[in-house]
Design a protein around this ligand. Structure first.
Ligand code: C2O
Ligand code: CU
Ligand code: CU
Length: 469
């Protein structure tokens, strides 16, 4: 609803059985009874207030990924919305990946406030883009997202609307996520399967993260979507816990259609970048235009994952159903408002390693040798400071900063890749790779986070505090 210059939403987090696979019912945790949750449509500069009611059996935390949000509404991992009969967090059974490494139930007692309902306020004072909201509870984020706690949040403004990019039914948000199912349609997650996590080798097997063999797009397995023979704007989000994709659009006769990237995590690029394939790590968003004009009517364009095998190679398909007029265009200049930070603007440089290590007597994932601790301050920066961060990874780590957008300055000691263009909030580091990012910590003072967005890595410690003072 709309009242007093504010857009209001109410979302009840609850259990629901959904038909994800045909003819089978899958018990899930949902935002409002659907997967993905309801899409929030926002206008730049017009605040959105979302009231979340928690009717799930566990505490939850809502984070708007990519939102420029005051810390009080950013969804800090111990800032819980409790369920109805929640008594003693330590006494509850562990459902988290954390159960594998002994952090289950660890909470900052000061942060636990009895609250079944929570209002989150998002100023929406930010560039138009595709954001997403998801659970962010400490130690339990990965299984909560896996069970369904994810939804889209789109920010728009007049400048973007007037560009003439494909719109209406030709603008398609695509939330891609892999899942595994058991024989009865239930979601398979290792630490949810009784007994499994105690079996030898399980911790090690799931250190890489949890993968599924079913690819869902907007909650449907391998969908086929009918389109006009015209340009379409695909707003792609990788909402998978751990899976990386390298997407390509291939016609029946084996032609690869160019993917014209117009936007990154934090909105429009300065000008379009043409890609042959689109690498996308967990939590990243890419805004790409694909032109179906030359595809024969009745023909298909398959979206394939070059990193997949067998059925995880297939993501979805478009069936070109009819000829149609196409008034859309992709302007050579998309935006004028991108920041132009230079190395010389940086007041400091910091180094962060993202590596495996030992924690609590088990395997963990660490930043600069330490697992996440909500009571420790890791980085303190001043509002308005420009900094360069040098990140280095042992294996794949999609590194995400809350609150700010950044530019990728270098990758692997060389120039950034074509798809690193624009303003990002997540950068996907490949095994053994380093990257430099630059950002200005503007926005709000308070405690934020940075972490690996492999959701299992995050739950297994790979997260740190970022205090903006
Ligand atoms: Cu998408 Cu800290 O999260
Ligand atoms: Cu985030
Ligand atoms: Cu990681």
């Amino acid at each position: 609803s709309t009242k007093g210059g504010v857009d209001r939403y109410e979302i009840t987090q609850r259990e629901a059985s959904l038909e994800i696979l045909p003819g089978v019912s899958t018990p899930m945790w949902t935002y409002g009874g659907t997967f993905p949750g309801p899409t929030i449509e926002a206008r730049r500069g017009r605040p959105v207030v979302v009231t979340h009611h928690n009717e799930l059996p566990v505490p939850t935390v809502v984070h708007l990924h990519g939102g420029r949000t005051p810390a009080a509404s950013d969804g800090y991992p111990t800032d819980l919305v409790l369920p109805k009969d929640w008594q003693d967090p330590a006494a509850q059974p562990s459902h988290g990946m954390s159960g594998m490494h002994g952090m289950g139930g660890m909470q900052d007692p000061k942060a636990v406030v009895t609250r079944l309902t929570r209002e989150y306020t998002f100023p929406m004072d930010q560039r138009p883009t595709l954001l997403w909201y998801h659970d962010h509870r400490m130690d339990f984020t990965a299984p909560a997202i896996w069970r369904g706690l994810a939804g889209l949040h789109i920010v728009r403004d007049d400048a973007e609307d007037s560009l003439g990019l494909p719109s209406g039914p030709r603008e398609l948000p695509l939330m891609i996520a892999d899942r595994a199912f058991d024989d009865h349609g239930g979601l398979r997650y290792p630490s949810l399967d009784p007994g499994l996590r105690e079996q030898p080798g399980v911790r090690e097997a799931y250190l890489a993260g949890v993968f599924g063999d079913v690819i869902l797009v907007n909650g449907a397995p391998w969908p086929v979507h009918e389109v006009d023979a015209a340009r379409h704007r695909l707003r792609v989000l990788n909402a998978s816990n751990a899976r990386h994709y390298d997407l390509e659009a291939v016609t029946d006769d084996g032609r690869r259609l160019p993917l014209v990237q117009v936007g990154a995590d934090q909105g429009l690029l300065a000008s379009p970048v043409t890609l042959r394939s689109l690498p996308i790590g967990p939590a990243e968003r890419y805004d790409v235009v694909v032109d179906f004009t030359g595809v024969p009517i009745g023909g298909r364009v398959r979206i394939l994952n070059r990193l997949g095998e067998g059925r995880t190679r297939d993501v979805m398909a478009f069936r070109v159903a009819r000829k149609a007029a196409d008034p859309s265009r992709v302007p050579r200049v998309l935006a004028h408002d991108l920041p132009a930070w230079r190395r010389s603007d940086a007041v400091r440089t910091r180094d962060f390693s993202f590596r495996a290590g030992r924690m609590n007597g088990g395997h963990g994932w660490l930043i600069n040798g330490l697992p996440f601790d909500p009571a420790r301050s890791d980085v303190t920066t001043r509002l308005g400071d420009v900094e360069v961060w040098r990140l280095i990874a042992d294996v794949h780590h999609p590194v995400h900063l809350h609150m700010v957008g950044f530019n990728v300055l270098s990758r692997g000691g060389a120039k950034p890749l074509a798809h690193d263009a624009g303003l990002k909030d997540t950068v996907s580091l490949r095994p053994g790779e380093s990257a430099e990012i630059i950002t200005r910590f503007d926005g709000y003072r308070g405690r934020y986070l940075f972490h690996c967005h492999n959701a299992e890595h995050e739950d297994m410690g790979m997260m740190a505090n970022l205090d903006v003072i």
